[in-house]
Design a binder for this molecule. Structure first.
Ligand SMILES: [Zn+2]
Length: 469
C-alpha cells in the first residue's frame, strides 16, 4: 500500500489550506481554503487551480473559516461530484461564509469596473464564484457527528473529533486499510484552546502514526482566557465613567458571540453597568442563529449557565441585534454610554467604518481591539495609535482611547499544542508534519516539539510529496 500526502496551500504560510492524501485506491482532499492577504496576490493564488477535482473520491472539511472553506464552491465548477464531509455546524457556518464572500466579490466587481471605466481601461475581472455555485457545493455536503466513524472512500474511514476552535470545528482522523495493513493519519485543522467560552475543550483524538499539525502560534504564547473577563469589565467601566462609547470591531462569526457571552456573564454578576449593547452586523445576526441551533457544540458550562435558565445564551436585555441599514444609521444619533460591536474584524469594510468615523474623534470613547490585525489594514493603524486615520478617503483624528484584549485567540499556542499532543495516546506516532504556520513559527515549533519528546517533525513544503509507510 502506498500513501502520499502533499499540500498546495498552508505550507510555510497560514492561509489557503489545501491538503491531499492519495492512496493506490483513493484520493482525498482535506479543506479547500482561500488565500487571504494583499488583494491582488490573494486573487492570483485563488485562481491557480492545478489539480484535477473530478479525480477526487472525497473532500473533508475541518472547519468553516474562509482560509479553510473559501474555495469549496470551485469544486463543483471543476467537476467534482462527490461528497463533502463536515459536521453539521461547519456546513451551516461555511454556507454563511461562502455566501458572504459572494457578496464581497460582487461588490468588488462593481467597484473595479467603475475604476477601470474612469481610467478608460477595459474591465475583465470576474468573481471567483457566484451564489449559485455555493448552493451547488452545499448540496454536496454530507454531515457527520463527532465520534462517528464513516467510510468516505475505498479503504478510508474518517472520524471527526471536536477541535474547540470555532463552532463545529474538527480534527479529522483517517484510518487507511489495505488487507491487514492499517495506517492512521490525523489532520488537526486549527486547534482551539481549553476554557474557550461556549465551545468544548479540544477533544483528544484516536492514536495515529502520522499527525498533520497546525503551527500558527508555534512561537507565541497567549494571555490566559481567565484574564479576559476582568480586562473587559475594566475597559467598560472606565469608558462608561467618562460618559463614552465602546466601539468593538469584531469578526461576525465566533468572536462576536464570544464577546456577547462574556458581557452576559459580567452583566449577570453585576460587574458592568447596564448599557445598551448593539451588535450591528447582518452577518453576526445570521451567525448567532446558527450558534443557537447547534447546542451539541456547547460545553457543559454553557448548558449549565444558560440553556437551563434562558432560551438564548447570546442575548440578554441590554443586547440588541441590528439588521437593517436604517437602524444601523440611527446608532449615529446615540447619546450617552453604549457599546457597538460591528464587522469587519480588521476594519477593512462593513458598518464598523461608519461607527469609527462617528466615534474616533471623541476622547471619551474607546476603540477596543479583540482580534488579530493584519499589516496594511485600518485595524493595524488603529492598533499602532496613528494620530490620524484614513476612512473612505478622508482623514480623521484618532482621539479615542485604544485598548486591546489579547486573550481571545481561538488558536492554541505552542505550549497548549504540546499539552494537546500529550493528552493523546502517541505511543504509535511516527512523524508530525507541520502546516499552517509562518516559517519562523514553524522552525521554533519544530525545535520545541523535538525538545519535548517528539523527535520526528517535518516542516511541510508546498507541493512536495511525502510517502507514509
Ligand atoms: Zn480557523
Amino acid at each position: 500500500m502506498s500513501i502520499t500526502i502533499f499540500s498546495q496551500g498552508a505550507a510555510g504560510e497560514v492561509t489557503g489550506s489545501r491538503h491531499f492524501l492519495f492512496t493506490d485506491k483513493a484520493k482525498v482532499l482535506v479543506d479547500c481554503g482561500a488565500f487571504q492577504g494583499k488583494r491582488e496576490e490573494a486573487d492570483r493564488k485563488n485562481r491557480q487551480w492545478d489539480f484535477d477535482a473530478s479525480a477526487l473520491d472525497a473532500v473533508v472539511l475541518t472547519h468553516a473559516h474562509y482560509d479553510h472553506c473559501g474555495l469549496i464552491p470551485l469544486l463543483p465548477k471543476h467537476k467534482y461530484q462527490g461528497n463533502i464531509y463536515s459536521t453539521a455546524a461547519t456546513r451551516d457556518v461555511a454556507n454563511l461564509i461562502m455566501m458572504d464572500s459572494c457578496k464581497i466579490q460582487a461588490a468588488d466587481a462593481v467597484h473595479l469596473a467603475k475604476r477601470a471605466a474612469k481610467l478608460g481601461k477595459t474591465f475583465d475581472w470576474e468573481p471567483l464564484y457566484k451564489d449559485t455555485d455555493v448552493v451547488e457545493a452545499i448540496s454536496q455536503f454530507v454531515t457527520l457527528s463527532y465520534n462517528r466513524p464513516q467510510i468516505i472512500a475505498d479503504g478510508i474511514t474518517a472520524k471527526f473529533f471536536d477541535a474547540g476552535h470555532i463552532l463545529g470545528s474538527s480534527l479529522i482522523h483517517m484510518t487507511i486499510k489495505d488487507g491487514d495493513k492499517t495506517v492512521r493519519v490525523l489532520y488537526s485543522g486549527d486547534l482551539g484552546r481549553n476554557d474557550e467560552p461556549i465551545l468544548k475543550d479540544p477533544q483528544p483524538a484516536d492514536p495515529a502514526e502520522y499527525i498533520v499539525l497546525e503551527s500558527t502560534y508555534g512561537d507565541r504564547l497567549h494571555e490566559g482566557k481567565k484574564d479576559v473577563m476582568p480586562e473587559l469589565a475594566k475597559i467598560v467601566n472606565e469608558t462608561v465613567s467618562r460618559g463614552g462609547k465602546i466601539i468593538i470591531p469584531a469578526f461576525a462569526v465566533g468572536r462576536t458571540q464570544e464577546l456577547v457571552f462574556y458581557l452576559h456573564l459580567l452583566h449577570d454578576q453585576n460587574l458592568i453597568p447596564s448599557i445598551p449593547i448593539f451588535v450591528d452586523s447582518p452577518m453576526a445576526v445570521n451567525a448567532t442563529s446558527i450558534y443557537k441551533l447547534h447546542q451539541e457544540c456547547y460545553d457543559e458550562e454553557t448548558h449549565e449557565a444558560f440553556t437551563k435558565h434562558h432560551d438564548n445564551p447570546f442575548g440578554f436585555n441590554d443586547v440588541r441585534y441590528v439588521d437593517s441599514v436604517e437602524e444601523s444609521k440611527k446608532l449615529n444619533e446615540l447619546k450617552g454610554p453604549a457599546m457597538i460591536i460591528s464587522a469587519s474584524g480588521m476594519c477593512e469594510s462593513g458598518r464598523i467604518l461608519h461607527h469609527l468615523i462617528n466615534n474616533v474623534g471623541d476622547e471619551r470613547n474607546t476603540i477596543l481591539l479583540v482580534g488579530y490585525m493584519a499589516e496594511y489594514t485600518l485595524g493595524r493603524r488603529i492598533k499602532n495609535r496613528e494620530k490620524q486615520i484614513k476612512i473612505f478617503g478622508d482623514m480623521y483624528d484618532l482621539k479615542a482611547h485604544v485598548e486591546e484584549i489579547n486573550g481571545l485567540s481561538g488558536h492554541a499556542d505552542y505550549k497548549e499544542m504540546l499539552a494537546y499532543l500529550k493528552s493523546m495516546d502517541t505511543s504509535a506516532l511516527k512523524k508530525i508534519f507541520l502546516v499552517h504556520g509562518d516559517p519562523e513559527a514553524q522552525v521554533a515549533f519544530k525545535k520545541f516539539l523535538m525538545d519535548n519528546g517528539f523527535p520526528n517533525v517535518v516542516i511541510v513544503e508546498k507541493n512536495k510529496k511525502y510517502t507514509l509507510d
